[in-house]
Design a binder for this molecule. Structure first.
Ligand SMILES: NC(=O)c1ccc[n+]([C@@H]2O[C@H](COP(=O)([O-])OP(=O)(O)OC[C@H]3O[C@@H](n4cnc5c(N)ncnc54)[C@H](OP(=O)(O)O)[C@@H]3O)[C@@H](O)[C@H]2O)c1
Length: 239
């Protein structure tokens, strides 16, 4: 309790951004950490940052692959699911297939892992949503719907999987490779606006979210809730 030393931690989406920062933080606390994602190259690059990390290639949208990864029956102490982000776009612009792929990636990945993983009774499962669940915008309509569904999934699973604790982490804008596909000038303009307008007057870093996820793993009295890590964005008009 209150301690990750010697605990087994699986981070699905652990080769980059928020997942990697959480993996490094858990490992620094003495946990035995496995990071899983699709790309062997990204996993190898992440492992180079901490050779103690174990790696597993996994596509969390692949039902059979997720079942196979957990087929050995290993009991994990803590699992954090932070893989996949839906495409942006409104209902009038985004193809239905793309919108459905977004739901498949973000909502159903969490469902699949909850379905097949074995977690210790004093352990935890943490899913990832995002502040668009509470603050939609015209191009983030889908994020609003999917993140709301993830938060509902977390609440429901906290009852079904009890005493395993289940929570959701909801990040605001965090500087990660997720924004790598944006044209650099647009990305920098958005980041600069965040630095000026967020109540905390700084841009969120993956380590800021990792700190909260580690707390959700360790605190035995938090379950069925969503923790927002957004630099006060929901209090401002900036996002
Ligand atoms: N950054 C933000 O501002 C922000 C804000 C709100 C919410 N979020 C949410 O936070 C989560 C993590 O975002 P991030 O910013 O850390 O992104 P990131 O740096 O792009 O990391 C995403 C991770 O997920 C893995 N991944 C992607 N698709 C996968 C799949 N199908 N199966 C398994 N692994 C997969 C990626 O590795 P591979 O490519 O190797 O699979 C990578 O390790 C996402 O759900 C995102 O929606 C982020």
């Amino acid at each position: 309790m209150y301690d990750l030393n010697g605990k087994s931690v699986l981070i699905v989406g652990g080769s980059s951004g928020i997942g990697l920062a959480t993996a490094l933080a858990a490992a620094a606390e003495g946990a035995r950490v496995t990071i899983a994602s699709r790309s062997a190259e990204k996993l190898a690059a992440a492992k180079a940052q901490d050779p103690a990390l174990d790696t597993a290639t996994l596509d969390s949208t692949d039902d059979a692959a997720v079942e196979a990864v957990f087929a050995g029956g290993k009991v994990w102490d803590h699992i954090f699911v932070t893989s996949t982000a839906p495409k942006s776009g409104g209902a009038k612009t985004l193809a239905t297939a793309d919108a459905m792929a977004g739901m498949d990636g973000k909502f159903w990945s969490g469902y699949r892992i909850a379905r097949f993983a074995k977690i210790a009774p004093d352990g935890s499962l943490t899913l990832t949503s995002g502040v668009r669940s509470q603050r939609p915008n015209a191009s983030g309509m889908l994020q609003s719907a999917i993140n709301s569904a993830v938060e509902g999934l977390g609440r429901g699973l906290s009852v079904e999987l009890a005493p395993v604790r289940v929570n959701v982490i909801s990040p605001g804008i965090i500087e990660t490779p997720l924004f790598g596909a944006m044209p650099a000038p647009d990305r920098e303009a958005m980041f600069e606006r965040m630095r000026k307008e967020l109540p905390v007057r700084r841009l969120g870093q993956p380590e800021d979210v990792a700190l909260a996820v580690i707390s959700l793993m360790k605190n035995p009295y938090i379950s069925g809730t969503t923790i927002v890590v957004d630099g006060g964005a929901l209090m401002a008009l900036t996002i």
